[in-house]
Ligand binder design. Structure first.
Ligand SMILES: N[C@@H](CCC(=O)N[C@@H](CS)C(=O)NCC(=O)O)C(=O)O
Length: 210
């Protein structure tokens, strides 16, 4: 059976919600943490970067990277609920634009907040690094908020881009970022958390709404 390797609350929540949204039968398998038993095997057999998510298909082929997984999943149910708008449409370009914005512009700036010593050795500089990353995240969040002031879902219809933007805002809320003024973005978070797919994925991962 299709297996999703995840870590609770991490970016692997994106394909987890997509799988639920599409009604695909799958097993959710918690990936071993770096340094824990089984992590070396996970790197050898599933994902050489050691990261989640990873999707293992019925024929044992493996897909890593959120954008690749979401693109693959969206093609599995072309006629039903979707997580990406139809190929070739403007809406799809916008969904991919904001999906990539979340994945490659916003997400990496959280890395130093979760583990500053992976980026800067001298502890004396950690506070400065974190402050700069937090400021950069807030600037990107403001751009996202502007979009949600104009439309309910960022590509004009619900898509995996909204899911990823939800996941990074969830981290920010848990870290007590000063996001009170980003009311439209917060509104999307409230909206998305009412979806059954989101509730089911969060229940499986053992994490709470924000
Ligand atoms: N670009 C990657 C990012 C994956 C990523 O950073 N995953 C994090 C969780 S949010 C992770 O597994 N970190 C643990 C590690 O890198 O060791 C993707 O889209 O799949």
């Amino acid at each position: 059976m299709t297996t999703l390797y995840f870590s609770p609350g991490s970016c692997s929540l994106v394909p987890h919600i997509a799988l639920e949204e599409l009604g695909i039968t799958f097993t959710a398998q918690r990936a071993p943490r770096p340094g824990a038993d089984g992590h070396a095997e996970y790197m050898k057999n599933i994902n050489p970067t050691g990261a989640v998510p990873a999707l293992v298909l019925d024929d044992n082929k493996i897909i890593t990277q959120n954008v690749a997984i979401v693109d693959y999943l969206s093609g599995q149910k072309p006629g039903g609920n979707s997580v990406l708008p139809v190929q070739g449409s403007y809406a799809r370009s916008q969904a991919l634009r904001w999906l990539c914005f979340a994945n490659s512009d916003i997400h990496p700036k959280f890395g130093p907040l979760f583990g500053p010593s992976r980026f800067v050795s001298d502890e004396a500089n950690h506070a400065d690094l974190k402050a700069n990353c937090s400021k950069a995240i807030m600037d990107l969040f403001a751009m996202v908020d502007e979009q949600y002031q104009q439309r309910e879902w960022i590509a004009g219809e619900f898509s995996a881009a909204d899911v990823y933007l939800y996941v990074v805002m969830r981290w920010a809320l848990m870290m007590k970022f000063p996001v009170e003024n980003l009311k439209a973005y917060r509104g999307m978070v409230d909206r998305i958390q009412t979806r059954d797919s989101v509730k089911r994925a969060m229940a499986t991962q053992g994490i709470a709404a924000v």
